[in-house]
Design a protein around this ligand. Structure first.
Ligand SMILES: NC(=O)c1ccc[n+]([C@@H]2O[C@H](COP(=O)([O-])OP(=O)(O)OC[C@H]3O[C@@H](n4cnc5c(N)ncnc54)[C@H](O)[C@@H]3O)[C@@H](O)[C@H]2O)c1
Length: 354
């Protein structure tokens, strides 16, 4: 039996609630499947750790994480006590950058049992491939002068290597799906980086003759995701555009609380990190009503990544069965608790494997 050593960082707020729920589900699948098991090691890193020690993770945190197969993270953030730029850059973004998790994969799909706020969702099912290491979120720029003369400069960095990597990842993904990639651009407004982005999309696209290609400006794309989301298969986007589009993806599914994500180290040199799209939701933390589906679906993405796609499909089916039965947390208009949703998912899984 294969054993996977997983580093667990529940983080802050509802991260501490949804991560144990998803681990229950993954352990159950492992037990029922019988081919693999998980060995979880939990690290108490996050804002509480920062308030005690002055840093979000220990100095050798990255070295510690390198010893694990993958990382399973909840959410970070305690904005009332720790500024967001400290909490996110001190842990989440540090891990993404230093472990070269250069691709962020975020699916959005109309789930059975969950009405979309859209009038005509038409069974949409798309995946956003977001460049995760550079672009508009590059640490390049500075601030000079003060008062009326103050200047802030933020450079967007687009390397050929990073851009090609994102494009290739998107095309490879589309080959195994419905064979279409849409590129999110803004070359009518951004004069250097986006025309470059378009050129690389066109060049890499030539390597994938059988895959359809469309380029949409980001403003039009935001409109299309609401008006005709079923038109999309794989969308490739820069760091900022992908970040925004995927919150929209969560919203049209019904709640940000169900949206999953994976940060992939494409070279396989470092662990990849699996974390839902949502944050630490301080407004509902500690009440047992957080929606665990985003974290559970993120666990399914980890299983897919490890090569157990059938087991992953069982998890998604269990989520849809739970929603179809009307067992929903308040963010989806229901009254169920996190525990009730998790138990329903576990129960359905038992029935699948019987
Ligand atoms: N990946 C991450 O760790 C991550 C991502 C986004 C935000 N954050 C951080 O989280 C903190 C709060 O940020 P925010 O309020 O902008 O975003 P958020 O995603 O935490 O919450 C936005 C809204 O969605 C709701 N929500 C989110 N997840 C939910 C779930 N699983 N179940 C039910 N409702 C859910 C919240 O209650 C809130 O009303 C900030 O510190 C922010 O920086 C972290």
């Amino acid at each position: 039996m294969k054993t996977y050593r997983i580093a667990v960082i529940p983080g802050d707020g509802i991260g501490k609630e949804v991560v144990p729920a998803a681990i229950d589900v993954l352990n159950k699948v492992a037990l029922l499947d019988g081919r693999f098991q998980f060995e979880w090691t939990t690290f108490p890193w996050g804002c509480d750790y920062y308030l005690e020690t002055g840093s979000m993770m220990p100095e050798n945190g990255i070295e510690i994480l390198k010893q694990y197969d993958q990382i399973f993270l909840g959410a970070v953030g305690m904005p009332e006590l720790v500024p967001d730029h400290i909490s996110l850059w001190g842990l989440l973004i540090k891990i993404r950058r230093e472990m070269q998790q250069s691709i962020n994969v975020r699916p959005a799909k109309l789930l059975q049992g969950l009405p979309s706020p859209l009038r005509q969702p038409n069974g949409f099912d798309f995946i956003v491939v977001r460049e995760n290491s550079e672009g508009e979120y590059a640490e390049s720029g500075g601030r000079i002068h003060s008062g009326q003369d103050e200047i802030a400069i933020q450079n967007a960095i687009f390397t050929r290597k990073g851009t090609e990597r994102a494009m290739r990842y998107a095309f490879e993904l589309a080959k195994a799906r419905r064979q279409h990639v849409t590129s999110a651009t803004k070359s009518n407004g951004i004069t250097y980086s986006m025309p470059f982005w378009d050129e690389v999309f066109s060049e890499i696209g030539k390597e994938y003759e059988d895959v359809g290609k469309t380029s949409n400006h980001i403003d039009a794309l935001a409109d299309f995701l609401v008006m005709k989301p079923d038109n999309f298969d794989v969308i490739v986007a820069s760091n900022l555009f992908g970040d925004i589009l995927t919150d929209l993806g969560g919203a049209i599914m019904g709640s940000i609380g169900i949206a999953p994500a994976a940060n992939i180290n494409t070279e396989g040199v470092f662990p990849s990190m699996f974390e839902p799209v949502h944050g630490s939701a301080p407004d509902i933390a500690g009440r047992g009503i957080a929606n665990p589906i985003g974290q559970i679906w993120t666990g399914k993405m980890m299983l897919d990544f490890l090569g157990y796609e059938e087991a992953g499909t069982h998890i998604l089916n269990s989520i849809e069965s739970t929603l179809t039965q009307g067992i929903k947390t308040p963010d989806l208009g229901g009254t169920a608790t996190l525990r009730e949703v998790t138990d329903a998912v576990l129960q359905y899984l038992e029935s699948v494997y019987q």
